[in-house]
Write a new protein. Structure first.
Length: 107
């Protein structure tokens, strides 16, 4: 996933125009934005969510069900990527995800 993040952000997977298309929010989901209250400017973009934390751009996707959770965050302006794969229920992992994102956003 780290190699994917590097290839996508470095326009090695897609050209620059398509990279911007995939990483830039098109549809706003107010319900999702309210559930993830620490994010700002949530917009959905072809499988990725375009957000910001403390004004710092964040592009992410997550998933999970009972007994598993994943989080994939790219901070394009920082060059940081967070990948969390776990076998915890989604709500149990949420505080860790929030803490990791805030630490990167503050760096």
């Amino acid at each position: 996933m780290l190699r994917y993040a590097g290839a996508l952000q470095g326009s090695r997977l897609l050209n620059e125009e398509f990279t911007r298309t995939v990483m830039t929010g098109k549809v706003t989901d107010d319900q999702e934005a309210q559930a993830l209250h620490w994010h700002q400017r949530d917009g959905y973009a072809y499988g990725l969510v375009d957000s910001a934390i403390d004004g710092k751009p964040l592009v992410w996707h997550n998933g999970g069900a009972s007994g598993r959770r994943s989080q994939f965050d790219m901070f394009p302006a920082h060059g940081w990527t967070i990948v969390i794969l776990s076998n915890y229920d989604p709500m149990l992992l949420l505080p860790l995800v929030e803490k990791a994102e805030k630490l990167v956003a503050q760096s």
